[in-house]
Design a binder for this molecule. Structure first.
Ligand code: NAD
Length: 476
């Protein structure tokens, strides 16, 4: 239940921005210039479906053009409206600045429930929406580059890329007009998992700092930590899967649209995902307690809470009852400004959305660079790198034999050392580096700047500083 005093999503983001701006000394007027959304385009278009004309409403909002292209996903959901799209576009500006991805912020949305339409109908709708945006340069490799978000995936991105190519037959960079495409349509390895992977890398970096971990009243590493995740879609599924399978966390709760599963022994994320895929909900998943009121599980005891579905789920109505000492915002805006204040007073540590879910846009950036350079990462240097490694291994083995040292290299070392990095390894390495560096920049502000109490305000300060510097450099 949301409180009637709860501000809207857009206002909530502005309140968070204001809290940071109040701690900074920005030149007069610049604060306002950075905060406001530059433009929002609304389009209503008709598509002939099921024997009648259906009218759809879509948006593309550009928050800041201090760098171009502007970047931001396209969401398909019934909740989509101007307020939501503008809030998400603003978050994109701050996110890109924080992770040093050279884009301005944008977002798009189409007000529809994708589950109500067949695949071929969705293709017709998507192509028509893309047509409207492309003809106004609101999709363009140099100006405005969408990506997937809630309710869309690589399938929709492939349709958009194809639509752009049909309308711009001589544009050699047409594939760079959208990211999150399938590999065979100009995508990049590791993009589908990127946001969830970024959540994992963010938590790994957080747990490298015992001082920060202690602020949440926790200790040790990720292993054995009890996690509750809301939303087992692209972001939530990958984050939960990697944290459980690779870092030894225990996923004790999963919340979906129709309810929640709770099992202190730990849930098998892959099995739950398969069930969700087959049945459309979590109900009747074998041998695990199911609760119809899913959102109540947000309030259950656990070490880490990962809201990975939609905005505003932790609000004035439930913030006081949230027991998790650490929240990582995999979704955009899951904690409202009011709830944020309550949680801060309780001492809850929140790893904010503009950092936590930046893995998607980071790998989208890699994909865009790949599209513009027309070559897969690693293609030129991989075998040369392997040959050099082999040279060293051979020399070590020769020395060992000549001098009778009896050294033998462990077989798995040899195999791993000899393998040159392919696209996936390079993407993961770039993502890991980005998440570590951005955390460091937030952390410096968190621990080193007067008046700063939390990671969210630190993240905003770092971002606003960077956007302000770029405006100053342009001489606006
Ligand atoms: P998705 O559509 O793949 O998954 C969303 C999941 O949440 C679905 O499984 C859906 O059933 C579930 N869900 C919807 N309403 C729910 C509710 N009320 N309670 C519980 N579960 C509910 O979307 P996604 O791409 O995983 O995006 C999730 C969030 O992450 C969004 O806030 C999005 O803006 C953000 N995000 C996504 C990306 C990306 O690369 N996809 C990048 C950055 C941020």
């Amino acid at each position: 239940m949301t409180d009637r005093h709860e501000p809207g999503f857009r206002q909530s983001v502005d309140l968070m921005f204001n809290r940071a701006a109040a701690l900074m000394k920005l030149p007069p007027g610049l604060e306002e210039k950075i905060r406001v959304c530059n433009s929002t385009y609304t389009v209503r278009f008709g598509v002939r479906l099921r024997g009648r004309i259906e009218t759809f409403t879509g948006y593309r909002s550009v928050h800041s053009e201090h760098m171009e292209p502007v970047k931001g996903g396209i969401r398909y959901a019934l909740s989509v409206d101007q307020d939501e799209v503008e809030a998400l576009a603003a978050l994109m500006t701050y996110k890109c600045a924080l992770v040093e991805v050279p884009y301005g912020g944008a977002k798009g949305g189409l007000c529809l429930d994708p589950r109500q339409w067949e695949e071929h109908e969705l293709e017709q709708i998507t192509r028509r929406f893309a047509f409207e945006l492309i003809k106004r340069d609101l999709i363009n490799p140099a100006q405005n580059v969408p990506a997937p978000d809630m309710g869309t995936s690589e399938r929709e991105m492939a349709w958009i890329a194809d639509q752009y190519a049909r309308m711009n037959t001589a544009d050699i960079n047409s594939r760079a007009c959208v990211t999150g495409k399938p590999l065979n349509a100009g995508g990049i390895q590791g993009r589908v998992e990127a946001t969830g992977r970024g959540v994992q890398f963010a938590l790994r970096e957080f747990f490298r700092h015992p001082e920060d971990v202690a602020r949440a009243g926790l200790s040790g590493g990720i292993e054995g930590k009890r996690i509750i995740v809301q939303g087992l879609g692209n972001v939530g599924y990958h984050a939960a899967k990697f944290l459980a399978e690779e870092d030894g966390a225990r996923i004790v709760g999963i919340i979906e649209r129709d309810g929640a599963l709770h099992d202190e022994a730990g849930l098998n994320v892959e099995e739950v995902k398969q069930w969700l895929h087959r049945k459309g909900g979590l109900k009747d998943f074998p041998h695990v307690a199911w609760h119809a009121e899913g959102a109540r599980l947000l309030e259950a005891e656990c070490d880490i809470l990962i809201p990975a579905a939609l905005e505003g789920v932790i609000n004035l109505g439930n913030a006081a009852r949230i027991r998790a000492p650490l929240i990582i915002e995999a979704a955009n805006g899951p904690v409202t400004a009011g709830a944020d204040e309550i949680l801060r007073q309780k001492g809850t540590v929140i790893i904010p959305d503009l950092y936590a879910n930046a893995g998607g846009v980071t790998v989208s950036y890699f994909e865009w660079v790949k599209n513009l350079s027309h070559i897969r990462f690693g293609r030129i240097q991989r075998r040369q790198e392997e040959a050099r490694h082999e040279l060293l291994v051979r020399e070590l083995e020769r020395l060992s034999a000549d001098k009778g040292l009896g050294w033998t290299l462990a077989p798995d070392f040899k195999e791993r050392y000899l393998r040159g990095a392919g696209e996936l390894e390079l993407v993961r390495s770039g993502l890991d580096d980005t998440m570590r560096a951005a955390y460091q920049s937030m952390r410096e502000v968190w621990h080193g700047r007067e008046g700063v109490t939390d990671l969210r305000v630190s993240a905003y300060i770092v971002s606003i500083q960077r956007v302000a510097a770029s405006y100053r450099a342009k001489g606006l």
